[in-house]
Write a protein that binds this ligand. Structure first.
Ligand SMILES: CC(C)(COP(=O)(O)OP(=O)(O)OC[C@H]1O[C@@H](n2cnc3c(N)ncnc32)[C@H](O)[C@@H]1OP(=O)(O)O)[C@@H](O)C(=O)NCCC(=O)NCCS
Length: 172
């Protein structure tokens, strides 16, 4: 049965403590990626109701540092389910409660694979996007999937039909 992104949406909040920061008092990128991996795994696991593993992490740009003492909010949602894999989109926000400011830190896409108890990939439920934004993310997920599979050496560029359609003009 198809599920919606709302069925598995996760909002995870952490507090940036001294041991999480670099010498400038900002959250370390590696600590944030670890928290993002947990939030995305919870989201993917909630969608497919099986154990999941991280298959890949797309590039992450850190737009704004998150300061010591601030909160980190990670919003994770499934954008699309394929056969045994799922793409999870995350938006990360920092929040300064003292100055009452909320700021965007970064966003990223992680891919998870559902595994059975024999540790082999198993089929995941389809995803039915509902809102306009969910439909936009669902439609663009195929291009991102083909790009990451090419970069990961799992797909030949000539087989990436969705990407080719973007760059190669159709012959009339
Ligand atoms: C991810 C993993 C399960 C894929 O196994 P595999 O034997 O390559 O299986 P398949 O080729 O059948 O691929 C299974 C799915 O993974 C996807 N996948 C494989 N490599 C991928 C990659 N680099 N990026 C994104 N998706 C990938 C495939 O597209 C396929 O998805 P689909 O069924 O929806 O089409 C396997 O490589 C693995 O266990 N990796 C280690 C995971 C791990 O330990 N993560 C924590 C990091 S330490």
């Amino acid at each position: 049965m198809a599920k919606t992104p709302a069925d598995s949406k996760i909002i995870m909040t952490e507090l940036v403590l001294p041991n999480d920061t670099n010498v400038f008092g900002n959250l370390m990128g590696g600590r944030l990626m670890y928290w993002m991996d947990i939030a995305a795994a919870l989201c993917a696991g909630k969608h497919c109701n099986t154990p999941v593993v991280t298959a890949s992490v797309d590039n992450i740009s850190f737009e704004n540092p998150i300061k010591l003492g601030n909160a980190v909010h990670i919003h994770a949602s499934i954008t699309r389910a394929f056969s045994t894999s799922m793409e999870v989109h995350m938006n990360v926000w920092g929040e300064d409660f003292v100055n009452q400011q909320r700021y965007k830190s970064n966003e990223a896409y992680y891919t998870f694979v559902s595994l059975g108890m024999d540790r082999k990939p198993v089929a995941v439920p389809h995803l039915h996007p509902e809102t306009e934004e969910e439909v936009r993310l669902y439609d663009s997920a195929l291009r991102r999937r083909q790009l990451r599979l090419i970069l990961g050496g799992k797909m030949k560029p000539q087989d990436a039909e969705e990407l080719k359609a973007l760059f190669v003009e159709a012959k009339s």
